[in-house]
Write a protein that binds this ligand. Structure first.
Ligand code: GDP
Length: 298
């Protein structure tokens, strides 16, 4: 049987299927730019960023007749240009243990991402310790233990409902005593009571600083690509209640192509350390701007 036709990408939809795409040329005029803007907005890029991309595309080319290929390449280039400065793997510091606080709303993929990161660092020869800091969610703790086993990394837990800061302190002590390279700390993601969560995160930070005043070295915010524009809001909220230093976007293997990442890069400029592309332990990749732009535009 014939292979399923590829899903038409953004531009495929714009140009329609009526004529051979390669033969078609259209002027980069107001109508065209407006259609491109709508496409970008429908891809979760947000109005401001969509406007910036199309304005950059039009600069010096307004009114010119372009082929689909040219428009596509132009759009990809403008998107990749916004993304290049933020495509940065998690920096590793000589000072160990490097403490990575992982924050984000429940369901965003925190525990999964911690498991994947632990496995990657372990494979790179690093000694890793995980702290199951969401002590209120028994399921999160259990899941982290499973990930820890898979990755061959110890997971420190505390009785359900106990103080996450106290666990973080113990984990810090263990990581230091064991000579660990990395300590990954999971945290609660209950945004219902923002003040409480802020207090909880602040206390974790205070307590680990008693062991190392430079910690935490990174605060990773995990975002779910399927939440679309809502991710912008989550960055704002978590910037208010913690010291977000970088992002991981999960679930980019689904239908969501993560257009909101362009808006995030444009608005916040936070580094994107990795992307999640599945539920398995190896499904975490470095963020590649060109690949991302190509997948988004298709
Ligand atoms: P947490 O509540 O933030 O700790 O989120 P979890 O790590 O438990 O993830 C929530 C759900 O999303 C689980 O079913 C995960 O398997 C799933 N998940 C996490 N990351 C990815 C990803 O990159 N792709 C897909 N398809 N699913 C993911």
């Amino acid at each position: 049987s014939a292979p399923a036709p590829a899903k038409p990408g953004l531009l495929g939809r714009l140009m329609g299927r009526s004529a051979p795409a390669t033969a078609m040329r259209r002027a980069l005029d107001d109508e065209m730019l407006e259609q491109l803007e709508e496409l970008l907005i429908s891809a979760d890029m947000g109005v401001d960023t969509a406007l910036r991309v199309t304005a950059n595309m039009a600069e010096g080319r307004y009114g010119r007749k372009l082929s689909v290929e040219e428009i596509k390449r132009l759009m990809m280039r403008e998107i990749a240009r916004i993304m290049e400065p933020v495509a940065r793997p998690l920096p590793l510091y000589p000072k160990t243990p490097q403490v990575v606080l992982v924050v984000g709303v429940n369901g965003s993929g925190k525990t999964t991402t911690i498991g994947k990161l632990a496995s990657q660092f372990r494979a790179a020869g690093k000694k890793v310790v995980i702290a199951a800091g969401d002590t209120f969610r028994a399921a999160a703790v259990e899941q982290l233990q499973v990930w820890g086993e898979r990755a061959g990394v110890p997971v420190l837990t505390a009785p359900q409902g106990s103080d996450p800061a106290s666990l973080a302190f113990d984990a810090m002590a263990k990581a230091q005593a064991d000579g660990a390279d990395l300590l990954l700390i999971d945290t609660a993601g209950r945004l219902q009571n923002r003040g409480d969560l802020m207090e909880e995160l602040a206390k974790i930070v205070r307590v680990i600083r008693k062991k190392d005043e430079t910690a935490p070295h990174n605060t990773l915010l995990v975002l779910d690509a399927t939440t679309g524009q809502n991710a912008l809001n989550q960055v704002k909220v978590f910037q208010d209640i913690s010291d977000v230093s970088g992002l991981v976007m999960t679930k980019l293997d689904g239908t969501a192509k993560g257009g909101v990442l362009v808006a995030l890069a444009d608005k916040f400029g936070l580094p994107i350390h990795a992307i999640g592309i599945g539920e398995q332990i190896d499904d975490l990749q470095a963020f590649d701007p060109d690949e991302f732009a190509a997948a988004l535009i298709g």
